[in-house]
Design a protein around this ligand. Structure first.
Ligand SMILES: C[S@@+](CC[C@H](N)C(=O)[O-])C[C@H]1O[C@@H](n2cnc3c(N)ncnc32)[C@H](O)[C@@H]1O
Length: 400
């Protein structure tokens, strides 16, 4: 049952403004399109959006995160907080230090380490503070990014690079701090629609010259059940479209299986459930990033653009609690950074140029219209007790 999204005109307008890919990028994208089309054909003409997103981002050698485009930074598609300023990672390092000291040891483990900027800046800050862990573990699904992380560490912190160890899979047991910045938002989501009062799942088919949305005959029971629970609290209007991130919940259950003692700090953009599934957010939260332009159409530019969905932090916290972890803090990025000592770190002494640079970076990290309010941090713990500096300015657990 094909249908046209009401946002199509807006999408078409924003697409006209997207810079066209060059010949090499177009050829790369065409290869990935062929691979996804083969998956669609094999599945009888339609695949779930979660499968589409999985292939578009992670198909080996071709997906956005698995292939060699720049992605992060000015020459890429988007800028994350660790790329924007070392101040972000230095604050995170201070929260890590507090946990490691209370544990009397432990290691760090970063998921999806991007360019490696956060790993380098955290290790450098912990070195300054005489609080280095024995190892900084990284679990990266992209072989291409793993190489880039190795280069960044060699260039920025050569004396510490040997502490970085790349894992193929999560450890069996771990004590220390787990870090994930903008990782949950990059996990494949199910897309659902309220249709004639019932919930239908949206999939992706091929129509004429491109991918198109199509309602699936059968929806994923766990995704429908999750949204039904939410609708029991607050009904959603006809035509409402949204996402359910079962992968993030599964990831948290996995974490609970191997985190013996310590904290997981999950940074991402998103909301508590009541805000995420607000009746007025009827178009969902899918967002794509291509050469510093944000637009809502995930079905174009396969392999050349990032695809994200905001995070429902209540669902993540509930999955953690059900799996036996504690929820130790929830704050927006601005409050977390201020609690972790941002103002002190940004004080560049008498160096006017450095002061100006730090002020500009702080603005982007802190202001509500930039990253300060939309970005949140959720702390999950086991076997270690607060209070924690990062949540001393404000702890919003009550809003989850
Ligand atoms: C938006 S990027 C963020 C990169 C980096 N953390 C930063 O802040 O610049 C998302 C990252 O998450 C990684 N990722 C997604 N799912 C993952 C998973 N299940 N395990 C590990 N990494 C994952 C991707 O490969 C990618 O490196």
């Amino acid at each position: 049952m094909p249908f046209d999204s009401p946002d199509l005109r807006a999408v078409a307008a924003s697409l006209r403004e997207l810079p066209p890919p060059d010949a090499a990028a177009s050829a790369h994208s065409a290869e990935l399109v062929a691979l996804i089309r083969a998956a669609v054909d094999e599945a009888g003409g339609v695949i779930g959006f979660d499968r589409f997103m999985q292939l578009a981002l992670y198909a080996p050698g071709l997906g956005y995160y698995s292939a060699g485009s720049r992605k992060f930074g000015e020459s890429g598609d988007f800028v994350t907080a660790p790329e924007l300023s070392p101040l972000f990672s230095r604050c995170v390092a201070r929260q890590c230090e507090q946990v490691l000291r209370r544990l009397d040891g432990g290691e760090l483990l970063e998921f999806g380490a991007g360019s490696g900027a956060m790993a380098a800046d955290i290790l450098l800050e912990l070195e300054r503070r005489d609080a280095l862990p024995q190892r900084y573990l990284i679990l990266e699904v992209s072989a291409d990014l793993r190489q880039r992380q190795q280069q960044t560490l060699q260039q920025r912190a050569p004396q510490l690079a040997a502490r970085a160890v790349w894992l193929e899979r999560p450890p069996v047991e771990f004590s220390g701090v787990v870090l994930a910045n903008e990782v949950l938002d990059a996990m494949p989501v199910h897309r659902l629609r309220v249709h004639d009062g019932a919930l239908r799942e949206l999939g992706v088919c091929w129509r004429e010259e491109g991918f198109a949305w199509r309602v699936l005959d059968t929806a994923t029971p766990a995704a429908v059940e999750r949204l039904q629970q939410i609708m029991a609290q607050s009904p959603l209007p006809e035509g409402y479209e949204t996402e359910v991130n079962l992968a993030a919940e599964g990831w948290v259950r996995g974490l609970a299986g191997w985190l013996r003692r310590g904290m997981a700090l999950l940074f991402d953009y998103g909301f508590p459930q009541r805000e995420f599934y607000h009746p007025q957010r009827g178009g969902g939260t899918l967002m794509c990033h291509y050469r510093h332009r944000a637009h809502p159409d995930p079905l174009i530019l396969a392999g050349l653009q990032d695809i994200t969905a905001h995070v429902d932090f209540t669902a993540v916290a509930e999955a953690a609690l059900a799996a036996g972890l504690g929820v130790a803090g929830f704050a927006n990025q601005a409050n977390f950074l201020l609690g972790s000592g941002l103002l002190e770190l940004a004080d560049a002494g008498g160096d006017t140029r450095a002061q100006l640079e730090a002020a500009a970076q702080m603005k982007r990290l802190l202001l509500p219209g930039e990253m300060g309010e939309l970005f949140k941090v959720l702390a999950l713990t086991r076997g270690v007790a607060g209070p924690w500096n990062g949540f001393a300015v404000r702890d919003d657990r009550g809003r989850l």
